[in-house]
Design a protein around this ligand. Structure first.
Ligand SMILES: Cc1cc2nc3c(=O)[nH]c(=O)nc-3n(C[C@H](O)[C@H](O)[C@H](O)COP(=O)(O)OP(=O)(O)OC[C@H]3O[C@@H](n4cnc5c(N)ncnc54)[C@H](O)[C@@H]3O)c2cc1C
Length: 617
């Protein structure tokens, strides 16, 4: 018996085994989000809300001022969108100010900025030009600098990192035509040469942002399989590859719905010779490296979309005031007013989540794998709703392009470009569906790590009995604690304290619900994505609420407008509570059975009659 349900099928189990082998098993540092799913609110982990030191803030301010002036004077995002190119002078200017080496430590010629200052820079660019944000962030959030900073040897760091300060561009190449979310299907191989000094790369990578112009790339490839526990296990290894290597060729440039200027396409590898020293972290460690790189790399997206959402808020505010229809400003009609206030409350929550997790990354004493994934999921999904609402508020002008608006003399708010540029954020760097699965797996680790030794056929019976005994005791104590009522608040101003009490109560309810579903479905729970997704969404909302409460309290303490702050955070928390209530209701009252059955029949073709009288491709 294993933790995987046999009914999943061989292929799925193989994919899951690879994912399991690549995850970090240990939790070396505390995780606020993980404790939420276990029914505990460790308030001291996020309160007081972390702050930048004066020096760090000033360093960031100086850079942001330079960046803003440069972008305003040199970068026309509409032109970038139309020509599909970021002008060379812009790339040169960004290179000169060190924008390609923001997080690289000073000892390797980088700017040596904190994650918070890096996020602030990306947040600013994200509010202005999606393609430029993708260039800068794919390069240093997932491209060569990030895994090298985390796992590179001293030689690798000395050799490659200073090149990025001079403007070398990098990329991250994992995806292939048949291997999207499921890396087990990867086909690119890296075969060791006879002398063992090199590897020969063969295969093709797809959709690698910056790949078409990159000087160096991190490429994931299959090295020879190994036998682990009697079974053959695929080995994914990460290589630093120079794009000027013979056999490396960009064969196609893709065109997308948005992010028009990104350099992204098909890259072919034909016997590309890569020295052994270019392996990062070790043979077979490639997927682990990708996952651990993304723990902080993923934080760029929350920063990007928070910047983009603030831009939307500013458009909605101005147009909501300016546009008069039916005797008043459209912002006074309740249907539009509620969109505008929800937008502001959500932007405030995105701010809280983005800065909290960025600070946690800087602190280095937190395990942020869950927090970063929740931040990515929450912020990218919320941003999409915000951009969509902004288009609705702008009406026909939202659908018209910026240059067209300008051509007829109107203010050129490019909402349609913002919408096109932001859509992909719920797909890349872990789609929303994969983020749900990832968060669910990590959140359930508390339970799975207890059960694993009992299900493992290799563990001797004596050890199983003792594991089962200690599991029983620890579950008993844990479960009892979930029934102890939570009376106390956190001495916060009203209504924050009431929301904190709600969070305290609800994390216990969440933990109990997860536990019951685990008891009922056991290993089959892994296949019940809708149930798991609801739990993940509830945990995500609770995380956002707690971040908002802590953030609000800190802003009030620092002299922020108390009334404004309290009413904004109150609105977010009330709306989150409604969403949570809806999700809990769906846990027990849902249409999963019928909806799954219909989906099966649709896929088999039983409902094809519904696609009548249309022109099919
Ligand atoms: C503009 C752009 C830039 C990109 N940049 C890079 C880059 O720099 N480097 C790189 O390596 N890749 C990059 N990608 C690839 C991106 O990461 C993938 O698109 C993403 O991983 C999803 O893979 P896929 O598109 O093949 O979708 P698939 O994996 O085929 O998935 C299709 C749909 O099914 C869902 N799905 C898949 N598996 C499951 C499951 N088990 N449970 C539930 N739902 C599931 C997905 O969420 C998605 O909705 C980029 C893609 C784009 C469009």
């Amino acid at each position: 018996m294993s933790i995987f349900d046999k009914r999943m099928g061989k292929e799925k189990i193989e994919s899951l085994k690879l994912a399991e082998a690549s995850r970090e098993e240990e939790w070396h540092y505390p995780s606020f989000a993980s404790r939420l799913f276990q029914g505990a609110l460790e308030w001291n982990l996020i309160h007081p809300f972390p702050e930048q030191s004066k020096e760090d803030r000033e360093e960031g301010d100086k850079f942001l001022k330079k960046l803003e002036e440069f972008l305003k004077a040199n970068l026309n995002p509409d032109e970038v969108d139309e020509t599909r190119e970021i002008p060379k002078r812009v790339i040169d200017g960004l290179r000169d100010m060190g924008a390609f080496a923001i997080k690289i430590p000073k000892e390797y010629d980088g700017l040596g900025f904190s994650q918070v200052n890096y996020s602030r820079a990306i947040h600013m660019i994200g509010s202005y030009c999606g393609s430029t944000t993708a260039l800068i962030s794919a390069h240093q959030s997932i491209g060569v600098p990030q895994p090298l900073i985390l796992f590179g040897t001293e030689e690798q760091k000395k050799k490659f990192l200073p090149r990025f300060r001079k403007g070398a561009i990098s990329a991250f190449a994992l995806t292939e035509s048949f291997a999207g979310s499921d890396p087990r299907l990867m086909k690119t191989t890296a075969t060791p040469t006879e002398d063992g000094k090199f590897y020969l790369l063969n295969g093709e990578k797809l959709w690698c942002t910056n790949g078409n112009i990159a000087d160096v790339l991190v490429v994931m490839a299959l090295t020879p399989p190994k036998i682990v526990g009697g079974e053959e296990r695929p080995q994914v290894t990460a290589f630093i590859v120079e794009s000027n290597s013979p056999g490396f060729e960009v064969t196609y440039r893709c065109k997308f719905m948005g992010l028009n200027a990104i350099q992204n396409g098909l890259i072919s590898f034909k016997n590309v010779k890569v020295p052994k020293e270019n392996i990062i972290l070790g043979e077979g460690q490639g997927l682990k490296l990708a996952l651990m790189t993304l723990n902080t790399g993923r934080l760029t997206l929350p920063a990007t979309v928070t910047g983009a959402s603030k831009w939307c808020l500013s458009v909605a505010r101005r147009w909501g005031n300016e546009r008069k229809q039916w005797g008043c400003s459209i912002g006074e009609h309740e249907a539009i007013a509620s969109k505008i206030s929800s937008m502001a409350a959500s932007v405030f929550a995105m701010d809280a989540v983005t800065w909290l997790v960025s600070h946690m990354a800087d602190n280095k004493k937190y395990d942020i794998r869950l927090e970063a994934a929740i931040a990515k999921l929450f912020c990218t999904e919320t941003c999409w709703n915000i951009v969509d609402d902004t288009m609705q508020i702008r009406g026909g002008r939202g659908y018209e392009t910026g240059p067209s608006l300008k051509g007829r003399g109107e203010p050129a708010f490019p909402v349609e470009r913002a919408l096109r540029d932001s859509r992909v954020n719920t797909i890349l760097e872990g789609s929303s569906e994969i983020m749900h699965l990832f968060i669910a797996r990590e959140a359930l680790d508390f339970h799975l790590s207890k059960i694993k030794p009992i299900l493992d056929p290799k563990v001797p019976i004596g050890a199983k009995v003792s594991a089962a005994f200690s599991m029983g005791i620890s579950y008993f104590i844990w479960y009892l604690k979930l029934w102890i009522p939570s009376f106390g608040g956190c001495n916060l101003p009203s209504p924050l304290d009431e929301h904190m009490k709600f969070i305290r109560r609800t994390v216990k309810r969440l933990a109990k619900s997860i536990f019951y579903k685990m008891m009922i479905h056991q290993q089959r729970l892994a296949n019940k994505q809708n149930i798991l997704n609801r739990f993940v969404d509830i945990g995500g909302e609770l995380f956002a609420m707690a971040s908002v409460v802590s953030y609000t309290e800190s802003l009030i303490r620092k002299g922020g407008d108390r009334k404004n702050l309290l009413e904004l955070s109150d609105l977010f928390c009330r709306q989150a509570r409604n969403r949570i209530a809806g999700k809990f209701n769906e846990v027990s009252h849902n249409n999963d059975k019928i909806s799954n059955a219909i989906a099966k029949r649709i896929l088999r073709g039983s409902y094809e009659w519904l696609e009548n009288d249309i022109i099919k491709l």
